[in-house]
Design a protein. Structure first.
Length: 210
């Protein structure tokens, strides 16, 4: 997948592109939004499965991956606006898809900017979590996504140490492959000897999925 940047007033959003460059020859374009602690690399295997002539633009949402330097505020409206900005750069309506939290962002974008999208595909976007009145948003986030959010705040002595955290996960160890390895390495950033995940800014629980 090729690295591309989409200009915004706050700086460039980063995306990974597979297939023909857009606007290209007019073939179908899919714009994809990842889950809350994920990145554009979530869609690498999907990119390989698309028919010839299709383009996939997998976005690093604001605050994650290589879009982690863009400023806040963060939240669904901001993610929806960013998805719309990317679709406008394509120059024609696109298929919009989102996974988990990305599904909420995609739904918000499709509702606010319906003329930009031809289809909406939602993957594993469940019902929103009810937040009790007066609850501390950070406390709700920790209670529902504690281990995943904690990972974003951790530092590691090397990239290999970070990859090892994924490789030893009970849900991944038996199925470890090149896609998972590339996903973990993409998420690692920082100076040598102090490698950390691609963002220390967890989204608001108002944006939360899994």
């Amino acid at each position: 997948m090729d690295s591309v940047e989409i200009p915004t007033p706050d700086g460039p959003l980063h995306a990974l592109r597979s297939g023909p460059a857009v606007p290209g020859d007019g073939g179908p374009v899919v714009l994809a939004a990842h889950g809350i602690t994920a990145s554009a690399m979530s869609f690498a295997a999907v990119a390989r499965a698309l028919p010839a002539g299709w383009t996939l633009l997998a976005l690093d949402l604001r605050g994650r991956g290589r879009s982690n330097t863009l400023p806040g505020p963060f939240g669904m409206d901001r993610h929806a606006g960013d998805l719309a900005a990317v679709a406008r750069q394509v120059g024609r309506p696109v298929v919009l898809t989102g996974q988990s939290m990305g599904a909420y962002a995609a739904l918000r974008a499709a509702t606010r900017f319906p003329d930009l999208f031809t289809r909406l595909v939602l993957i594993d976007g469940g019902l929103p979590l009810p937040v009790p009145a007066g609850a501390d948003p950070d406390a709700v986030l920790e209670a529902t996504l504690g281990p995943a959010i904690l990972r974003l705040r951790m530092t590691f002595p090397s990239e290999e140490a970070y990859v090892e955290l994924f490789r030893n996960h009970p849900a991944l160890a038996a199925s470890w492959n090149d896609d998972l390895d590339a996903y973990a390495r993409y998420d690692s950033t920082g100076d040598p000897g102090r490698s950390a995940p691609g963002s220390t800014r967890p989204p608001s629980p108002r944006t939360a999925g899994t």
